[in-house]
Design a protein around this ligand. Structure first.
Ligand SMILES: NC(=O)c1ccc[n+]([C@@H]2O[C@H](COP(=O)([O-])OP(=O)(O)OC[C@H]3O[C@@H](n4cnc5c(N)ncnc54)[C@H](O)[C@@H]3O)[C@@H](O)[C@H]2O)c1
Length: 360
């Protein structure tokens, strides 16, 4: 993708190694980002990782050896002045890195989910980029996965009538929940949340990408348009809701499934499950192509000036619901939006000794 006939210049922070490769510390999400930038015709000009060898290998594999490699991202931003920066580190690093990008006045930042381990840092990233006119996105790439995109299209087309209620299950509120809550917003016309009532439990140490989280929980969310969502997380959640996400409409029901055929729905009149063509959902709910599609959308949005599908405009309300759920557990009561607390109430409860079995 070109701007003024020049390709956008891209920098990536946290190159990592591919999942399961020697020296890998995670999923190596930066690789999926690079695939998107290469497909979009961007130029990857700079790479940063604390471990230089990782960035050097990444350079050979994904940038034709042409990028400059750094171990200090502030130096990289100052010296290379990229148009777009991908932030692919673990959540605790996102806010300082995105804020540095905002200060360096880049044009766009595409950051991995979840936003940050507390609400104040998440809000700060959104505010800093809004103030500087920087396009900010978070990789809730499931908006591009076939089953979710097809479900969104069916709901919009009225296949199950107006949405009434959503129920779902997944591993936790923060790491996985961010994807599911983002889907609630996607399926529910991006209606803001009105309140959250939730509870958490933690019976063993549980960290994902360095962030501590609950081992079990439940949250009820009321959206301003009157729709209710229930999210069960962790232990036994899949016994409570036996599919990933179920959307009840006035005239039918739609299910996102954990396995193929991935998506099915029925209307009141017909009453039998209907499937969408295999080709539409073949990538399943985890397929990597959605990451590439997310990057292509980031680049196209920057080029055209439209809002990207994974905008901070839906990431921040997603994050507000996560931290409102933790706040509700701390307060033992309903949390009305907007969320007034900026910390992570779950880790505060851990620190207070409320969950002694969860302390490593
Ligand atoms: N969108 C998705 O579905 C999805 C899937 C998996 C992971 N993720 C998210 O992607 C993010 C990254 O996870 P991953 O598994 O790709 O990580 P990873 O462990 O594979 O790579 C992270 C890299 O960041 C580097 N790093 C750490 N601190 C740094 C610093 N200060 N400067 C430069 N580099 C630094 C590390 O050395 C490491 O190589 C996480 O937020 C995670 O939640 C998203």
């Amino acid at each position: 993708m070109m701007t003024n006939n020049q390709p956008f210049r891209v920098a990536i922070i946290g190159t990592g190694r591919p999942q399961n490769a020697d020296g890998s510390t995670g999923f190596g999400m930066a690789h999926a980002h690079a695939k998107g930038y290469n497909e979009a015709g961007c130029e990857i000009v700079a790479l940063c990782d604390l471990v230089a060898e990782r960035a050097e290998a990444f350079n050979q594999e994904n940038a034709g050896g042409k990028a400059t490699v750094y171990t200090d991202y502030t130096q990289m931003l100052a010296e290379t002045k990229p148009d777009i920066v991908s932030v692919c580190t673990w959540p605790a690093h996102h806010a300082p890195m995105v804020l540095a990008c905002a200060e360096a006045n880049v044009r766009a930042v595409h950051c991995e989910k979840p936003m940050a381990p507390n609400y104040a840092d998440s809000l700060a990233m959104a505010n800093a980029c809004r103030a500087n006119g920087i396009q900010l996105t978070f990789n809730h790439q499931r908006r591009f996965n076939g089953p979710f995109a097809a479900a969104h299209r069916l709901i919009k087309a009225g296949a199950i009538g107006d949405v009434i209620r959503i129920e779902s299950s997944c591993g936790n509120f923060f790491d996985w929940g961010t994807h599911w809550i983002n889907m609630f917003l996607f399926f529910n016309n991006e209606s803001p949340a009105q309140w959250v009532l939730a509870q958490t439990d933690a019976r063993r140490p549980n960290t994902v990408f360095g962030a501590a989280m609950e081992t079990q929980g439940v949250a009820v969310i009321k959206f301003e348009n009157g729709v209710y969502a229930t999210l069960y997380v962790g232990e036994e959640s899949q016994q409570i809701v036996d599919c990933a996400i179920r959307v009840h409409g006035k005239n039918g029901v739609l299910e996102i499934l954990w396995n193929a055929p991935w998506l099915r729905y029925k209307t009141g009149e017909i009453g039998a499950w209907q499937l969408v063509p295999d080709a539409e959902v073949a990538d399943g709910i985890h397929g990597d192509d959605a990451n590439t599609a997310g990057v292509l959308d980031v680049v196209d949005a920057l080029h055209t000036g439209r809002t990207p599908l994974c905008s901070v405009d839906n990431a921040l309300p997603t994050t507000e619901i996560i931290f409102a759920a933790y706040e509700s557990a701390r307060r033992r009561g309903r949390v009305d939006m907007p969320l007034q607390t900026g910390d992570n109430a779950f880790t505060a409860l851990l620190a207070e000794g409320v969950y002694p079995e969860a302390v490593a």
